[in-house]
Design a protein around this ligand. Sequence first.
Ligand code: SF4
Length: 264
Amino acid sequence: MRLSQGQLTLLEYCPRRFQHSILESLSVPSSPTLLAAQQWGDRFHLLMQQREMGLPIAPVLAHDDELQTCVSRLQAAAPDLFDSTDESWRQSEHERSFVLNGYWFTVVYDLLRQWGTASSPSDRAEIIDWKTYLKPRTAKFLRQEWQTRLYLYSLVETTDYCPEQISMTYWFVRVTDPAAPQPTPQKICLPYSEQAHQATHRQLTQLTQQLTALLEVGMPFPQLPIDSPKCTDCPFAVRCQRGLAHSAEAEELPAWEAISEIAL
Ligand code: SF4
């Protein structure tokens, strides 16, 4: 079975939510605002990939003022990001995979940069990730994200790098400063360590063992306690009889599974 950082996040959040979202493929419709933000993010990622491949990006930028502004502001804020002179290697959309506990993990880095010499080709590496949220996250928040943990872990597990030789940098390219009329790109750089690597290894081992045990027992996967605050905003709250659906008024609703099929 393949697992991604998003699936690890869901499993850690709530096994029942993992069941609904991943094993049963129940999708939740996105709001128009979220959908528009995702589409803008996709365009930005595609543009940066095209640029790394040496393809012309001017025709794309000519039709999107905000994209053009964000790219030029990023180039002005971080010229070294676009200068590969000192690097030994770099690649966008770089994929790496490994197997742990019988699960197949794949990560795709937005950009991977490496530095080294002929005698020491793997001195240092940096994973770059483009974020197109309107507000940046904190370093503390990002360090806990499965994306950070899995991306850094993968690079060490699939190369000769030791943890202290690698880092991950998030670039928030669409952030606006209330005092400035233009987007103000911000970065958060997260170093890595042997201690963090061992911690991620333990967490991955525990979570995959938990998933194996759950799959052996079969569905339904466990729910969170009835008063869990995590259920309040969960899209499966009604299905689970949780959150607002658990209020006195809603308690009279029958369980989802008990509703008879309606003939059309
Ligand atoms: S409502 Fe609660 S128990 Fe049900 S899937 Fe969501 S988080 Fe899990």
